[in-house]
Design a protein around this ligand. Structure first.
Ligand SMILES: Nc1ncnc2c1ncn2[C@@H]1O[C@H](COP(=O)(O)OS(=O)(=O)O)[C@@H](OP(=O)(O)O)[C@H]1O
Length: 296
């Protein structure tokens, strides 16, 4: 069966529509098979999944979770397979040592059935969607996979329409919101990028509790420090192999700026209003649209 394919203007890769999301055709020759292989992946009770829309801070949370689960402040060279579970053959995921921490941009319904039936812990990371739009634009403009040659404003139109990898932020957010609402007995811990940024120790303590890891506040402080933007960026500069896919500085898009509210430097007033109107139209809950107070 041939799947709908979308060619995105000024973007190197094409998007294949599989089960309601747009899958970049560079990740897999047969995206439908990849999605079905993921569904069939054998789980382990201590698997952890970090699920987030692109640019929510997935890799940051991965480092924090890894330090907590291993109770170590060492930087772990992230296995390529842990980058995004949908980016690699599932056979590579099977061999990873425990505890496996998988990153994904997929929806809850796409996750491995065995992992879900074991009630493995899921961390759902959210971030101000306007900042994610800016961050994603830089990613696609810098990555040699996408080599996006449009302007920020052209990209933002695609973002509003959802014609981008993994689909619309509005759909993604509503989908996860419904899942959390309807599966109250499933262990899903929501982390807000801005909260981690502003109160890292508190957020790390809460994550440790969710993961069932006993730590004291001093350890949480040390994890926060080791995972600060500057230190993580430096650490990853030494682990080049995972981020060597860009044509410019290979680390610029993975650890670009790490700030709250950069969208104000990029959105026009009209775009800001359009985005807010779409949020209202789609009944997106305020909790998903973090913003800085006016006077900050
Ligand atoms: N330690 C720390 N502190 C604050 N911010 C951080 C940190 N680490 C990563 N980042 C920022 O997170 C953005 C990348 O998000 P993801 O890891 O989810 O990207 S991806 O979807 O996996 O490509 C990207 O955001 P922008 O800087 O706004 O582009 C990264 O810089």
């Amino acid at each position: 069966m041939s799947l709908p394919i979308i060619t995105v203007p000024k973007m190197n890769y094409r998007l294949v529509e599989v089960d309601g999301i747009y899958f970049p055709d560079i990740f897999a020759k047969d995206p439908a098979k990849r999605m079905s292989d993921i569904k069939n992946l054998q789980g382990r009770n201590d698997d952890v999944i970090i699920a987030a829309y692109p640019k929510a801070g997935t890799h940051w949370v991965w480092e924090i979770a890894n330090m907590l689960l291993t109770k170590s402040l060492e930087y772990h060279e992230k296995p390529k397979e842990a980058m995004m579970m949908e980016m690699v053959e599932t056979s590579q995921l099977e061999d990873l040592p425990s505890p496996r921490i998988f990153n994904t941009h997929l929806r809850f319904r796409h996750l491995p059935e065995d992992i879900i039936s074991r009630k493995c812990k899921v961390i759902h990371v959210i971030r101000n969607p306007k900042d994610m739009a800016v961050s994603r634009y830089h990613h696609v403009a810098m990555s040699k996979d996408s080599e996006y040659s449009g302007t920020f404003h052209e990209y933002l139109s695609l973002y509003f329409e959802g014609k981008i990898a993994f689909g619309s932020w509005f759909d993604y957010t509503q989908d996860w919101d419904n899942v959390i609402e309807q599966n109250k007995d499933y262990p899903i811990h929501v982390m807000v990028y801005e909260d981690i940024k502003l109160k890292p120790t508190e957020q790390i303590m809460k994550l440790a509790e969710f993961l069932g890891v006993k730590i004291d506040e001093d350890f949480a402080k040390e994890v926060a420090d080791r995972c600060s933007f500057t230190k993580l960026k430096d650490a990853h500069a030494n682990h080049k192999s995972h981020f060597d896919i860009t044509k410019a500085n290979p680390f610029d898009y993975a650890f670009r700026k790490g700030t709250i509210g950069d969208w104000k430097n990029w959105f026009t007033v009209a775009e800001d209003e359009q985005f807010d109107a779409l949020c209202a139209e789609r009944n997106i809950r305020k909790a998903f649209i973090y913003d800085l107070p006016e006077d900050s």
